[in-house]
Ligand binder design. Sequence first.
Ligand code: SF4
Length: 282
Amino acid sequence: MKVGDEELRAALDAVRARADLAARRASDPVGVVHRYEDPLDRELVGLVAASVAFGNVKTILAKLGDLLDRVGPSPWRAADGDPAALKARLRGWKHRVFIGDDLARLLLGARAVQRAHGTLGQYFAALLQQHGDIRLALAAFCDAIRDVGKLRSRTRRGPAHLLPDPRGSSGVKRLLLYLRWMVRPADGIDLGLWPVEPSHLLMPVDTHIHKLSRNLGLTRQERLTWRATEEITASLARLDAGDPTKYDFSLCHMGMLQRCPSRRDSARCNGCGVMPVCRHWR
Ligand code: SF4
């Protein structure tokens, strides 16, 4: 039986209402962004935090803490100083395929764009107006940071992974997560910093959200691609066209998400908040 939009909305609203935002924020990379008061720092720290958000969350938080300690209390001021000094401070830092030099270049490139346009948010809003399309705007945004920061390598995968190209088929989850943090209204999790309507946002889709989305009938795409991201977002926009990514945080922090068996399993599905609208239980 196909799930109706009202039923889906009721289930997702219930998951959202039950989410303990304060507790969950502390265990999410976005919590690191909230430690900074200055919007210029928040933009830069958000970009760094989203860009390295690969793998185990405890490791990500530990690596981010170390990285930002090395950068100092004001990342935008640090990135305005001597580039060699910033690179020296980050030397020896490593997380998966990323090394300190990649992160220094990301910070230097993003700060240069910020300096030229006032804020990254103003630059992104101008790109969105110019291109009329979030994918093209995001691609141009990344190009600018990559070019100024010289964030490229022919021998290492780190730079390309750190700031991927949205023109490819990938769902670029971490970039879309960064946009969500910056654009969605301030609600204790997202920061509402950028002058962009949340209706433009796309769902940041990782393997868990992709699997869940298939279980809920939000997409039929078998592969996690840009197209799957668009389909999932379009399905959620039927529930709230003005704010299609509003369920993202609570779904990501649903206890079941990582253990979802994607089949009817009484023991493992027990307590899953979306069971009433899961295709395996209808
Ligand atoms: S009910 Fe079970 S299969 Fe369906 S989404 Fe929840 S955990 Fe996954």
